[in-house]
Design a protein around this ligand. Sequence first.
Ligand code: MTE
Length: 311
Amino acid sequence: MLIKKPADTLPSEITAPDVYRDRRRFLQTAALALGGMALPDWAAAGERLANVGKSRYDAAGEKLTPLKDISSYNNFYEFGTDKFSPAQTAGSLRTRPWSVAVEGEVRHPKTYAIEDLLKLAPLEERIYRLRCVEGWSMVVPWVGFPLSEVIKRADPTGNAKYVEFTTLYDPRQMPGQRDRVLDWPYVEGLRLDEAMHPLAILAVGLYGEVLPNQNGAPIRLVVPWKYGFKSIKSIVRIRLVENQPLSSWMKANPHEYAFYSNVNPAVDHPRWSQAKERRIGEFFKRPTLPFNGYGDQVAKLYTGMDLRKYF
Ligand code: MTE
């Protein structure tokens, strides 16, 4: 949920010292991560970060999960299957140079250097709930831009019905890929209309900072109404395709993981209930909401579909 549209942002808020400090920090870290890339390019991107602030609550009044939890309790199987390994080992991932190929059923395929992707659209803060299929959840202030911005520019052909995303494959940098826990590289997919929905973003930062490696640097998908595993990290390819992609989790266990994976408290995982979730940092569980609470905005994408069958 976007807490503040740029138009709602008062100049006094833009220049508030803490916001300014945050923005400067984002630029400085980004410049470092870019390995000495000239700052002026980033200064321009930074001007667009005006609404990256210090909000502690989302629009529904829910408390943001602290950065230390978001960046130390991760699922990133390329760096191990337990929650704590990614924060310890993802330093081996080199996020510069990095490029993302946009290809397939499009009139304008293009391979973007990450620096160019960052300039494609204004960066915004989006505070979203992330619900993991395992039953935990967080509230994360992402920095990113709508996925639709990339897809629109590629100009999909009439054959494009789905979008397939692929993570980097490099077992030297991603030691977890030496174990065959999944069929690497990690692949995920969305239907084209889901991918074009304004809530679906490509995230490049969180808490106003460049994305930590363990959270999917330098660029990852965030689809807040679906279970967290759809939000694929460290993307190198976005491919428009005619047929429904086969995701890594569908390949690994088709009985447990299907294509849509919309958050749905009424459909249990074969091995556990999905009715409740534990917010990281809280003791008592809370009810899970259909579409993770984004139903008003996304339920219409699934009109007429049996969501028990297409889980
Ligand atoms: N992307 C890749 N490439 N590899 C993964 O193992 N894990 C997924 C998703 N994206 C995963 C991935 C799962 S299960 C979740 S819950 C989220 O990333 C976790 O994102 P976070 O670590 O930023 O909270």
